[in-house]
Design a protein around this ligand. Structure first.
Ligand code: ADP
Ligand code: MG
Length: 723
């Protein structure tokens, strides 16, 4: 690589960009919009492709349609204003020893100040043909060649030129310019991947890699460098998982002996029999918590497959041993629902359980003995150990409750929970004994195998593979615009029969600020056509179904408001609920039989699959309408996958293939950086990173001779846990 200014002090990566380009540069705001604020941010803002301007052509060699660089003397430069087209047109004549060519720019009159006749410069751009059949360069970028022959390092011409993801007003040219000026100031790039690993995979050092990603000599060089960065993230992920697993294994948790007779007794009281895989999962969990080693398990099963029951039994078993359970959900609606499910199923055979929401607290002792109390009282009852199972959102339980003896943590749709987070949940008594709770995570998102191996490599897995007997499959249909009216008729019929309907929209507000990349008008257009909850609510209640009872629900509403609407809907006080994806996870309304999804192509397959799981939960035949107004053939094909898939896993694999892991998870928070997500598309790299991680930790479990690597894992794990 080219080394710049080695005598110069090194430039720290955390240096804010305003120190480089000046605090008043208008570019700063645009960079900020892209999340680029420091030197590191910019260096890690990678090009999306490279234009090949590496060869310098003679003017006589130019071919129409070519992207080319020439080196030429400016013979003429003219600026004129075209009133017809409402713009400045700048025309130059460029010449070398083989001939001359016209160059044309629009609205860049200032070019005339630099590109003065007599000067020599490189010009890179597209060779176009005018109406008269004459060749010209359209909008070429340029770099002046100094008369003394001492030319600055070329950034824009005469080489492979990086093209960055752009936002309006922030061109690749500018980004190249800033990146170059950073390189000139000798940025402090520290290697942290052990040399042996770099050698084994033939990856460039970090300095070379960054340099080559931005200014490669050839395309393969850039690809290799990018691969190093993908590997980095996977490697960290694997190291993190393996270490997490062994750290946990070294911790102690309370051994909770599950009495088989007691479990049988609990099961006998249920109004149904557990499915085989519910039983198997329950058994796996019971075995886990019997040990002093903390359980770290993911319970996975489709929406409605009955995860809550299984988890609730574990909580009761823990309570039998005097241990408490924290049962956490991503939203208050879901927390309440888990609470209600447990109440309904185990009315008289369980300890006191409680629900804590932002505004209130309830303790349930047994049928008809329930009390609404203040949050302060509630916390006291948890601290004293009187309430054995506490339901609430993650935030609520983690922040404001301290337990007497916490033995089990159950979390819905959040897959990670570190040793430190577990410890934080504990009351003081436990902390002294250095005991941490068992951990059970529940997920309705089917996770493909590659992701399970990498992203969730530290978790053991229990699968609920079948739905309870008697559930009818949901009839699913892609609905075209001409069938829309008919689907409304159908809804009317279902409502007349006493059933209820969900209508899901991709957005809350009618319009949204455009954040699309410059030039992508099509996308902007599409965005405007997207249905919003507010508009759709208006339209349905005023025009389509003025006689029906319609409610709306979205994430901008207050928790208590959402909750009361959900409650009313469950109590059949509304016929139709128009909502955003807030109903995605977990909401249980067995009387709802239609799930209508507007802008279906805007959602991921796994997400659509979960929406559909909201219906078909009762005795009635249910339906899912995928509304497809403006849709490309590929979007259509994607939706057809839903109709064809046999189970969630199949869909998840498809979704992963089609959209990549970053999109795949949607809103489910993994804390995994995007770049690692993308790298997961490369199974070989996943495997390689795993082998390398295992090897290095085997040789040196504490990584004593790799302090940089250790530091890197630390900060990675902080990111994952969002501490
Ligand atoms: P999940 O959390 O997996 O989405 P739930 O635990 O909320 O599913 O269960 C959905 C509904 O199915 C609940 O009303 C529950 O009581 C019921 N249920 C659970 N297991 C069974 C079963 N084996 N047979 C019949 N109904 C069941
Ligand atoms: Mg659920």
């Amino acid at each position: 690589m080219v080394h710049y200014g080695h005598n110069m002090p090194q430039l720290a990566l955390e240096t804010p960009l305003y120190e480089i380009i000046g605090a008043r540069a208008p570019l700063l705001r645009r960079l900020d919009k892209l999340g680029i604020r420091t030197v590191a941010d910019l260096l890690w803002h990678f090009p999306v492709r490279y234009d090949d301007y590496s060869k310098i052509y003679k003017i006589a060699e130019l071919e129409p349609g070519q992207q080319a660089t020439i080196q030429a003397t400016i013979e003429e430069m003219r600026v004129r204003h075209s009133f017809r087209r409402g713009m400045d047109i700048i025309e130059g004549v460029l010449a070398d020893e083989t001939g001359s060519i016209r160059a044309v720019w629009f609205n860049q009159a200032y070019l005339a100040n630099t590109l003065k006749p007599g000067r020599v410069a490189n010009f890179a751009g597209k060779v176009s043909t005018s109406e008269e059949g004459e060749l010209y360069l359209s909008h070429p970028v340029h770099e002046l060649i100094r008369p003394n022959g001492k030319t600055k390092m070329l950034r824009h011409t005469g080489r492979l030129v990086p093209i960055y993801p752009e936002t309006r007003g922030l061109t690749s040219r500018w980004i190249r310019f800033i990146v170059q000026s950073i390189f000139k100031r000798n940025p402090k790039l520290e290697e942290w991947i052990p040399e042996a690993v770099l050698a084994e995979f033939d990856f460039p050092s970090i300095e070379d890699a960054i340099q080559r990603v931005h200014f490669p000599g050839e395309v393969e060089e850039a690809a290799r460098a990018k691969l190093r960065f993908s590997f980095e993230e996977l490697f960290l992920l694997q190291l993190f998982n393996i270490r997490q697993k062994s750290t946990l294994a070294a911790q102690r948790a309370p051994a909770i002996q599950a009495d088989v007779e007691r479990i049988k007794e609990l099961l006998a009281k249920l109004p149904f029999e557990l499915t085989p895989s519910q039983k198997k999962s329950l058994w796996e969990i019971a075995k886990d918590i019997e040990r002093e080693r903390p359980m770290n398990r993911l319970l996975q099963g489709d929406v409605g497959s009955g995860k809550t029951v299984v988890a609730a039994i574990a909580a009761i078993v823990a309570a039998d041993h005097g241990l408490q359970t924290a049962f956490m959900a991503p939203t208050e609606i879901l927390a309440r629902q888990h609470f209600e499910t447990m109440k309904k199923l185990f009315t008289s055979s369980m300890p006191a359980i409680g629900l804590l929401t932002g505004s209130s607290a309830i303790v349930f002792y047994e049928a008809d003995v329930e009390s609404k109390i203040s949050k302060a009282e509630f916390k006291k009852k948890v601290e004293s150990g009187e309430v054995k199972v506490v339901f609430g959102t993650h935030a609520l339980i983690q922040k404001s409750v301290s337990f007497q003896r916490l033995g089990l943590v159950i979390i819905d749709e959040q897959h990670r929970f570190g040793v430190r987070q577990r410890a934080e949940l504990l009351g003081n008594t436990h902390r002294k004994e250095k005991i941490i709770p068992h951990f059970l995570s529940m997920s309705a998102t089917p996770i493909p195998r590659t992701l399970m191996l990498s992203v969730f490599g530290d978790l053991d897995l229990s699968l609920i593979t079948e739905l309870p007997a008697g559930r009818k499959p949901v009839e699913t249909k892609i609905v075209s615009p001409i069938e829309r009216e008919a689907s409304y008729q159908f809804i009317r019929g279902e409502v007349a029969n006493g059933r209820q309907v969900f209508v899901i929209c991709p957005r809350i507000e009618p319009t949204e600020e455009e954040t699309v990349t410059a030039g992508n008008k099509f996308q902007a257009q599409k965005k405007l056509e997207l249905k919003s909850v507010k508009e759709e609510f208006e339209r349905l209640s005023k025009t389509i179904f003025p006689d029906l009872r319609i409610a709306m629900l979205h994430g901008q509403m207050k928790g208590s408001e959402k909750e009361s609407i959900m409650k009313q809907f469950a109590a059949r006080e509304f016929d139709i609920l128009v909502t955003t994806s807030v109903v995605e996870v977990g909401v249980d309304v067995p009387n709802a039989t239609i799930m209508m999804i507007e802008g279906a192509d805007r959602f991921g397959l796994a997400q659509l699959y979960q929406f559909r799981g909201r219906v078909g939960r009762g005795e009635h035949q249910s339906y899912c309408f995928l509304m497809a107004d403006v849709m490309s053939e590929s979007a259509h094909a994607r939706l057809r996958a839903i109709l064809e898939a046999h189970n969630g896993f199949e869909l998840a694999e498809r979704d992963l293939e089609l959209r990549g892991p970053g999109q795949f998870f949607g809103e489910a928070q993994t804390g995994i950086p995007d770049i690692a997500m993308e790298a997961l598309r490369n199974p070989e790299l996943v495997q390689g990173s795993r082998t390398a991680a295992l090897k290095i930790l085997q040789e040196e479990p504490r990584l004593a001779s790799h302090p940089q690597l250790r530091a890197k894992i630390e900060s990675f794990s902080k990111k994952i846990h969002r501490e």
